[in-house]
Design a protein around this ligand. Structure first.
Ligand SMILES: [Zn+2]
Length: 850
């Protein structure tokens, strides 16, 4: 495969397409290596457009013939599309093309997975199916006829006709081509039904390969909960007679919201207690909700161009987080999200790949499906809601749906509905969309005459392409605690808009302890030099559950950094504070399990780097091990009680209550393993009747350098199940001791089950290695070389997944000169590979800063 020479595309260059599309008719004659696609498209000149060039995108397709108003034409065909001279009046374009789904390993456009045809068109995959104006602002209704000798033939919309070997689907809602989908295969339906609040009966189906029928029930129930929630909370109703979900094994992303026909990575939808962990269940529930919610935020109202990706993704991630908070525990969900934001978005925002939530240029849009666009994009929506209030947020959303239904919109349209409903000027707030980098907020305080004053300052370090940062609107939620731990001021939102601002609290009897950035009210780094005694006080008393957890986290980070840089012993205040929280049986077990978590080793490296130190991955690893051991010893007497609190009555359920208990039990088991050498973990493993327990026990054993027999037994038990086998690969790579990691990972790449062309398997093993901080950054450089070898091998097969995996190297400038040299050499080797894809070329050059 060959890619066009990289060209940079700019937001400021946007112009509307010269033609509008009134209808699209497609006929597919399916064949593994020679599928014929016949299109019949009604165009008319777009009165809003000045440029009337008739250019249709098309890549890797063979044009058989083309007609305009029934007369044969010979378009000028180029590598990335075609042009033709067309009438300045409505006309019908017809074309027949041939494509080769059987050899489409990039998994974009129409491709095959285990004998099944499926599609992935976002962002620019439709142009690999037929010639078309493949841009999100061109919307049309679609009618699709599929001819093929497979029992199940699906497309978007409602089924309108079918016969032996063919089916026809009509989607009455205008949509951009990226929402097109087709699936054909030997599939089995897990059926369901939903009656919408206006009385529409909707047929629901979850389509899977034979053998997976037993893994559908949870996904179907999650879908019904999602449909109901969107009606109740956002007043949004489903708008077709059928909603289909299909599970596919080979898929680059998690899932795709194609209108009426969502296509899911099987790892993001198939679940059973025996094969899936509690975390898998929760993720599946969230992804099903996310894709369903796109029906309104993404499909009915779509993006004008790909720079506006955060318009649909930020909002939909925010909505799915609200859904999970409602279904489960809001504080636990918030903590999980912040852990994830810090692990994935902060390194991106503070490194060579830093970009605004709405980027202003790109070479390959696939490289911008990032934590910044999705997760920071969702944080921006959350801040907007905090600033305007819940009621105004609801009104603005109602106006958004009313005003823009059926349109392709921009961030300007989105912000305008908030300005119109609240009268608020959002000009400064909009910098969250244009300015990259994570703002730092520093805190100083002062106490005199019953008045407590907080002085907040903000600054954002330079990021690639942006040196001069302007102050942003930062909502800082603050509460004050009195000396006895009672709350003397409830949560109040301070609006930090200047570089430095003072906020006063009057009539206080004693100097309060502030609880700042409650609920993580803005995606910033809070720099607050406070004593460990004050942090321990907040860990014991803060009435805001997020900040209570955050206080423990800060104590843990502080002690780890001092252990690393000053060779100190673990901090007693941290250990005592933690013990007190863990003892409190009134606290949610899931919350207590989170309290036992530590900052990741990568976060510690980032924190050291911020302090001007050069992080040593082995020293970080040893400090974490030492603190873990000290925690286990400190909690020795409590651990049996935690284990018994974690016991669950009755049969397995993935609900929040049971999952929380198991999370606490797993955390306690990890500590117990440090004291008993793995005796209890081996027992738990032997008795486990669900994947959560089985995997947590196996993890404990592997971390202790044991569990080889269990690992072999696990393989024997599960080698037939591809999703469980991914866990087997991932666990070994991510948990191997630092010195063993490169060797173990290399050996696993030679395992017969390492089907590296499958994105899930590739990510499980090589992504697992990249997550093993000290193992990946092994001083020999062997892990770097191994990953680079595989990136080079995967690139011609699947550029999208290759480019995404390059991010493992994005933090390279944090480390010492030797490691930087090793990484630079590997990145250069990747960059110099002949015929490297556009995706990977762009990623590597951005990481290298060239
Ligand atoms: Zn999405």
């Amino acid at each position: 495969m060959r890619d066009a020479t990289p060209t940079t595309i700019y937001l400021s260059d946007y112009t509307p397409f010269g033609f509008l599309v009134d209808s699209v008719h497609l006929t597919f004659d399916l064949s593994e290596h020679a599928t014929r696609v016949t299109s019949r498209i009604a165009f008319r000149p777009n009165p809003q457009a000045t440029d009337k060039t008739f250019f249709l995108h098309g890549e890797n397709i063979k044009l058989i013939h083309a007609l305009i108003d029934g007369a044969p034409v010979t378009p000028a065909v180029k590598e990335n599309g075609l042009t033709a001279s067309v009438p300045n009046a409505p006309f019908i374009w017809e074309a027949e093309v041939e494509i080769d789904p059987g050899n489409n390993t990039a998994l974009e456009g129409l491709y095959m997975s285990n004998g099944m045809y499926c599609t992935q068109c976002e962002a620019e995959g439709f142009r690999k199916i037929t010639y078309y104006p493949d841009r999100p602002d061109v919307m049309s209704t679609f009618t699709v006829r599929i001819n093929g000798d497979l029992p199940v033939l699906l497309s978007n919309g409602n089924p309108t006709a079918k016969g032996d070997g063919w089916a026809e689907w009509t989607d009455p809602w205008p949509k951009p081509a990226y929402l097109f989908a087709l699936v054909a295969g030997e599939l089995i339906a897990h059926p369901g039904q939903f009656t919408t609040r206006s009385g529409r009966d909707v047929e629901l189906n979850l389509w899977v390969r034979p053998g997976d029928e037993g893994k559908c029930a949870f996904g179907m129930e999650a879908l019904k909960r999602s449909i109901k929630w969107d009606e109740d909370v956002y007043g949004r109703e489903y708008d077709l007679d059928v909603f289909n979900i299909v599970a596919v094994d080979d898929f680059n992303m998690g899932a795709m919201e194609n209108k009426g026909l969502n296509i899911f990575n099987s790892s993001a939808v198939l679940a059973s207690p025996e094969t899936s962990t509690d975390a898998n269940f929760e993720r599946i529930e969230a992804i099903i909700a996310h894709e369903y919610f796109h029906n309104w935020t993404g499909n009915r109202i779509t993006c004008r161009d790909w720079f506006q990706l955060c318009l649909k993704e930020g909002l939909t991630v925010f909505r799915d987080a609200q859904f999970t908070s409602d279904m489960r525990s809001a504080p636990v969900k918030r903590i999980h999200d912040v852990i994830d934001l810090r692990a994935r978005q902060f390194p991106e925002d503070n490194g060579p790949l830093s970009h605004p939530v709405r980027p202003e240029s790109f070479q390959e849009i696939n490289n911008f499906y990032t934590a910044t666009v999705y997760e920071k994009g969702a944080e921006v929506i959350g801040m907007l809601k905090t600033l305007v209030g819940d009621e105004a947020y609801s009104k603005a959303l109602d106006l958004y749906f009313e005003r823009h239904d059926g349109q392709a919109c921009t961030i300007e349209n989105w912000l305008k509905v908030f300005e119109d409903t609240t009268g608020r000027d959002l000009t400064q707030f909009k910098r969250w969309y244009s300015q990259s980098g994570t703002p730092r907020v520093t805190v100083e305080d002062d106490w005199a005459d019953g008045i407590y004053t907080l002085t907040l300052s903000q600054s954002t370090p330079p990021t690639p392409g942006q040196t001069d940062k302007q102050p942003q609107v930062i909502p800082v939620a603050v509460g004050l605690l009195g000396p006895n731990g009672d709350e003397v001021r409830g949560t109040e939102v301070l609006e930090l808009t200047g570089e430095r601002q003072r906020f006063s609290f009057e009539d206080l009897a004693a100097k309060p302890v502030p609880s700042i950035l409650r609920g993580f009210s803005a995606p910033v780094i809070l720099e607050h030099n406070r004593s460990n005694t004050e942090r321990a006080f907040l860990l014991a008393h803060d009435t805001d559950p997020f900040n209570r957890w955050e206080a423990g986290r800060a104590l843990a980070q502080n002690t780890l950094l001092r252990m690393i840089t000053q060779d100190e012993a673990p901090d007693a205040q941290y250990l005592d504070g933690l013990l007190a929280v863990l003892r409190d049986a009134d606290l949610d077990p899931a919350y207590r399990a989170l309290m036992l978590g530590l900052p990741t080793q990568s976060e510690l490296a980032a924190a050291l780097h911020e302090q001007g130190e050069t992080p040593d991955p082995m020293a970080i690893w040893r400090a974490v091990e030492t603190l873990r051991q000290a925690t286990a010893q400190h909690m020795q007497d409590l651990l049996p009680r935690l284990q018994s609190e974690a016991l669950v009555d009755g049969p397995y359920s993935p609900d929040a209550e049971q999952a929380g208990k198991r999370a606490l039990g797993s955390a306690a088991l990890a500590l117990t393993t440090r004291l008993d050498g793995g005796a209890m973990a081996a027992e738990v493993y032997a008795k486990a009747d669900n994947m959560t327990l089985q995997l947590s026990a196996l993890s404990c054993l592997l971390r202790a350098g044991k569990g080889q027999a269990e690992l072999a037994a696990f393989y024997d038990q599960w080698h037939h199940d591809r999703l469980v086998l991914d866990k087997w690969f991932g666990l070994q790579a991510s948990l191997a001791a630092p010195d063993d990691a490169p060797r173990i990972a290399r050996a696993l790449t030679e395992h017969p089950d390492f089907n590296w062309k499958n994105p899930n398997r590739f990510r499980a093993l090589l992504g697992g290695l990249a997550m093993n901080h000290a193992g990946f950054h092994h001083a020999s450089g062997q892990s770097y070389a191994l990953l680079a070898d595989w990136l080079i091998r995967l690139d011609p097969v699947n550029p999208q997944t290759t480019a995404r995996m390059c991010t493992a190297f994005q933090i390279w400038k944090r480390y010492d000169a030797d490691r930087q040299d090793l990484i630079r050499a590997q990145l250069t080797r990747v960059a110099e590979t002949p015929n490297l894809s556009r995706d990977t070329t762009e990623m590597v050059s951005r990481i290298l800063g060239t």
